[in-house]
Ligand binder design. Sequence first.
Ligand code: PLP
Ligand code: SF4
Length: 529
Amino acid sequence: MDAQEIRTADAHQEAALAAAEAPFVNLADPARAVGPDGKPVVSRRAPLWEDVPDAQWNDWRWQLSHRVNDLDEIERILELTDEERAGLSAPDKFRVDITPYFISLIDPKDPNDPIRRQVIPLGREQQAFTAMMEDSLAEDRHSPVPGLVHRYPDRVLMLVTTQCASYCRYCTRSRIVGDPTQNFSRRDHEAQLEYLRRTPQVRDVLISGGDGLTLAPKLFESILRGLREIPHIEIIRIGSRVPVFLPQRIDDELCETLEKYHPLWINLHFNHPNEITPEVSRAVDKLTRAGLPVGNQSVLLAGVNDCVHIQRALVHQLVANRIRPYYLYQCDLVEGSGHFRTPVGKGLEIMEGLRGHTSGYAVPTYVIDAPGGGGKIPVMPNYLISYSDHKVVLRNYEGYITTYEEPPTYLPHDKAACTYCQHERPEPGQSGVLGLLEGERMWIEPRGFQEVHSRGNTEAHRLQDPSKWVPFGVGAIEGSAGAPRRELRAGMDPGGDPPASTPKHVYGPGEEPRPREGEPTASAHGELL
Ligand SMILES: *Cc1c(COP(=O)(O)O)cnc(C)c1O
Ligand code: SF4
């Protein structure tokens, strides 16, 4: 060994020692975030609960039993608007109940707070709209036993409770959710399990509600066990908003229970980045450590997340927490949701702003849950088969064709007031397809397009290449470039065939065949539009 080798070996040893002395702190993991005091970071608490001891605040049972639901109580936490007072005083409104943790995340002074809009009713909620339905997905019609929706060949939706940790104003199942008199009993669960035992084609069961994670832990476990005792059930998944409203519920005990029933998946429901708090990061970390793949289903909501910059911030925070965006839902045609609805074009615009611009992991599938009960239909070619100014026509995986009525009014996203739009993630050229959607340009022409002068304007026009395209009747027709030029005479097909024995009607420029009075008209997709 020479002197140089010794020095190198020493340096290595020193480096190894130094590494051993300073434990690595992963500052990127949101579940390990600590505050200046070295303790795990916590979210803001409304002043009303400042004096509640931490042990109680962090106890999910305390959170559930201290939910707020009436006007006077909420008035002590938020500065309410007149319309919110009207919403909270409406006699037949969908249930209001909000955990102290969740309502504390709201900015008490901001009437447009995205969390507030999801849980505090507005007077507008009572307004009916075209195509509104009570059970817009026809779930009751697809239920062989109460609470079990068997819509797809190989999987079912199992509603185990009508109760949630808090209630979302746009809830698809507001016809039953929140209503304790319509709750499912052990007897119903047993009937659901019995149906599944007798239905071997079901390999995937989605537990939802309401929210199964609000059930008493023993009851919830007995349902998981009942399912796992059925040999043909391969995967069980839970759809839950508990980690959003009540992250305290995701404790070690629950995770130890869940671990016993793998393969188990879970889908959560975040709509806005403000919902992803340090408490949520720690709860989701526990779920992923227990081996559950975690997904997210968002609903596209006007005034909450109808903005590509908000959606991008949301999906980035989701993947940073190892949550995989699964679906982005078009808002259903359900009572109470009128003012949350957006045009389908909004969702398409958001998808275009995500795909390619960010990790494929961060991009959900945009779906419309088919009105009338055809299941989730992705908004993409092959499925989106027609689109008018007020309706889209969609087909599902089985060929069932349905329509979605767009909202007649939509108050566009307020970019000037949106902090996400103001602090847009820098990425040049990301305004629609190269500025076309944003109106920065009107067209993009391929190379070789020439400017022609017409009616005093200079415009890029058709490709002036005679081998590709020659104006009809001026030179050769498509596909026969270079062939001898033919004159087109009245009564002659463009193909050049001589007139048939019965002369065809000749239409003048701009004329086209029209039905006579009383004759049926052909419209797109059998009159659906
Ligand atoms: C959403 C849903 C499912 C699951 O659908 P995936 O596309 O597989 O996530 C199953 N059954 C019903 C009734 C549903 O609404
Ligand atoms: S958590 Fe789900 S089921 Fe419960 S109110 Fe919200 S949308 Fe409805």
